[in-house]
Design a protein around this ligand. Structure first.
Ligand SMILES: Nc1ncnc2c1ncn2[C@@H]1O[C@H](COP(=O)(O)OP(=O)(O)O)[C@@H](O)[C@H]1O
Ligand code: SF4
Ligand SMILES: [Mg+2]
Length: 331
């Protein structure tokens, strides 16, 4: 796709780990042949249960994880064709990331102002006075009072710490913010505040965002497009407003079934048992061991990428897809 900020082209990440058998190795298929295009100003939500490869995808997008195979392009340029200086100057500073737990993501010994200033120091951005001004501006942008500038992270609440992490991620004015489960470690009472802050910042700064959560409701609220991942594979990609009604993949439907109020008349799909091991994923469709619609054909080969004809930009991998539920006034 042209004009994409970041593109993933058949990106796989395989980890080699020591196996339980003597001297052996196992391969963990954390991410398998992922294709994704991130447009400027757009939010892509990534959803799936724990262990489905969401964080691996996030780390590939920000350059923290090297793909085992496939290509990542930033503004059309392959990342592996850039030297270190180019990567840091062009790509690194254009992408910010926030993590699940701000308590561990922040250096506990440093004052808040210093934590936020760090990227400006590393990239030698402006004069010391300009950096101090920018830190004050960033603190106000994320709703932190001046009074916490000299505090250390342990003196702040979880919500305030996540605000510090957001300020630091935005210090170099990136075009893209990757947020990996940014509210999962926070008290329920402050989650909405942080989500609203992210929505507000996205509008004000024109940010593109990758928003990751295991909670499909949150992802739906935050995103323009939703990518459903299962066991390292992207199994469906759809415009957010088309879900859950037009979900084709049983796994997407199952994730929504955990919050039944949204489904209304749609038949819920229950998820039973855990996600299988990523060291030996099932053949064919990886969801088949938990899918109520699975047939022998589902084990034979990877379901081809299908296009939902009623919904532009909506693709899925399932050979027995759900029938879209027409929304609107009940009959
Ligand atoms: N460094 C690593 N070494 C071995 N396995 C890993 C590593 N990182 C992730 N994995 C495995 O890859 C799979 C996907 O992990 P992850 O991307 O963290 O999923 P999610 O964020 O959706 O929970 C999991 O099975 C996980 O255990
Ligand atoms: S391809 Fe088969 S196993 Fe996979 S989601 Fe579709 S029906 Fe279920
Ligand atoms: Mg994760």
């Amino acid at each position: 796709m042209t004009g994409a900020l970041i593109e993933l082209d058949a990106v796989s990440v395989v980890h080699r780990i020591r196996s339980s058998s003597l001297f052996g190795h196992d391969s963990v298929h954390a991410l398998t042949e992922a294709n994704l295009a991130l447009e400027p100003g757009q939010t892509v939500g990534v959803v799936g249960e724990s262990g489905c490869g969401k964080s691996t995808l996030a780390k590939v997008v920000v350059g923290l994880q090297q793909p085992t195979s496939g290509t990542v392009r930033y503004q059309g340029r392959p990342l592996d064709g850039m030297n270190r200086a180019e990567r840091a100057r062009d790509f690194g500073r254009d992408i910010g990331m926030i993590f699940q737990d701000p308590a561990t993501a922040l250096n506990r010994r440093l004052a808040i102002a210093k934590i936020i200033r760090d990227p400006l120091d590393v990239h030698a951005e402006g004069t010391p006075a300009e950096r101090a001004d920018r830190v004050r501006e960033l603190m106000s942008l994320v709703g932190l009072p001046d009074s916490v500038a000299d505090a250390v992270p342990s003196q702040l609440s979880g919500g305030q710490r996540q605000r510090v992490a957001i300020a630091r991620a935005l210090a170099l004015r990136p075009s893209l913010l990757v947020a990996d489960e940014p509210t999962s470690a926070l008290d329920v009472s402050v989650r909405a505040q942080i989500l609203n802050l992210l929505l507000d910042l996205r509008e004000r700064l024109g940010l593109a965002m990758v928003f990751i959560s295991h909670d499909i409701q949150t992802v739906r609220k935050m995103s323009d497009r939703i990518v459903t991942m299962y066991l390292g594979r992207v199994v469906e990609e759809a415009p957010a407003e088309r879900l859950p009604a037009a979900a084709r993949h049983p796994y997407t439907r199952a994730l929504f079934s955990a919050t039944p109020s949204l489904l209304e008349t749609v038949e819920p799909i229950a998820l039973s048992g855990p996600v299988p091991s990523a060291t030996a994923p099932p053949s064919g469709c990886r969801f088949r061991t938990r899918c109520p619609k699975a047939t022998a054909d589902c084990a034979a080969s990877l379901p081809p990428l299908a296009i939902a004809d009623d919904s532009p930009g909506h693709t899925y991998r399932c050979i027995h897809p759900e029938i879209p539920h027409t929304t609107g006034a009940p009959a």
